[in-house]
Design a protein around this ligand. Structure first.
Ligand code: SF4
Length: 306
């Protein structure tokens, strides 16, 4: 079983704030009870426990990480589920968590719209800094969203975002690139449409996540032809179509990015090209992958591809 006296992971990253300034962000991956929702593409249960999180464990995990990371004023508490699910993060621990974060200018947590209620609003009111809630919007394609078993409609996302914004809580949207049932250029177009939809609802930033395959249901869907892992080229296309066309920051999730690379150089690969044009025909292979990933890292930090 996963230990409960320390987080599943913690690290420092850089992220631009809304005004473009680069900020150091302490990201802490908490271990807690697994999410009760069962979204088709979710593999986050691997880092969770099957029973109610005992009181005191979450503050202990946060303290463990903060004591080992350099001081930061922006903290992400990602808990492989919903921060305001009382079985995952015991509400009795909220006062201790608030005390640990009293130095914090911004706290980012992940949460499903059905947990964006009174508990969330009360926590935000007592937080010293600003709360930002990251919601898995996944896709604005209504039929695909329903088939992902997300137990959320586009209307639910809009309503939750409006409620949070009306209480001065910011919203970040997670957007899936090529979820099951969407493929190729259509998947790219829907990722861009989903980013636009999120901003239209009031989100302040979006994070694009290349959909991961894996085991269980996703492997079955892949075998049956309903899912295909996205390529690096698709990811670049989404970013290129967002440049100067959306009103907020767009980040690319690069945690598992090397898994997208084809293990052999593709015949279309033009690694020799100094500029590595986007859409050169190579889906992204081990030869051209590293500089292309570096360009996406640059995009995440500076929101420009140049
Ligand atoms: S709500 Fe989030 S954590 Fe829960 S099953 Fe869905 S994707 Fe996974």
């Amino acid at each position: 079983m996963l230990p409960l006296d320390r987080p599943n992971g913690y690290f420092l990253e850089l992220e631009p704030a809304a005004d473009g300034r680069l900020e150091r962000v302490a990201t802490i991956l908490l271990t807690n009870r697994e999410c009760p929702l069962r979204c088709t593409m979710c593999d986050l249960w691997k880092n969770t426990i099957p029973f109610r999180t005992p009181r005191g464990a979450i503050p202990q995990q946060i303290r463990f990480a903060l004591n080992r990371l350099p001081p930061t004023r922006v903290v992400k508490l990602y808990n492989s589920g919903n921060f305001f699910d009382p079985l995952a993060i015991p509400p009795d621990d909220h006062p201790a968590i608030l005390r640990l974060l009293k130095h914090c200018r911004r706290l980012i947590v992940e949460n499903h719209p059905r947990f964006c209620g009174a508990r969330c609003l009360a926590f935000a009111e007592r937080l010293a800094g600003t709360l930002e809630v990251a919601i898995g919007l996944e896709t604005a394609h209504p039929d695909v969203l329903a088939r992902l078993n997300k137990r959320m409609t586009l209307h639910d996302f809009r309503r939750a975002t409006e409620l949070l914004r009306s209480h001065e809580i910011d919203v970040r949207a997670f957007v899936l690139l090529q979820p099951p049932f969407l493929f190729g250029e259509t998947a790219v177009q829907w990722a861009v449409r989903t980013v636009r939809f999120a901003f239209d609802c009031g989100a302040v930033c979006c994070s694009i996540i290349p959909t991961r395959g894996g085991d269980g249901l996703m492997r079955k869907l892949q075998r049956e032809g309903w899912f295909r892992p996205p390529t690096l080229a698709q990811l670049e296309s989404v970013v290129a179509r967002c440049v100067d066309r959306v009103p907020g920051r767009v980040f690319v999730d690069l945690w598992d990015i090397r898994n997208l690379l084809r293990p052999k150089p593709s015949p279309q690969c033009r690694t020799a090209s100094a500029t590595l044009p986007i859409g050169d025909g190579c889906p992204g292979c081990i030869a051209c992958g590293p500089p292309r990933i570096a360009r996406l890292r640059h995009w995440n930090l500076h929101q420009t591809l140049e």
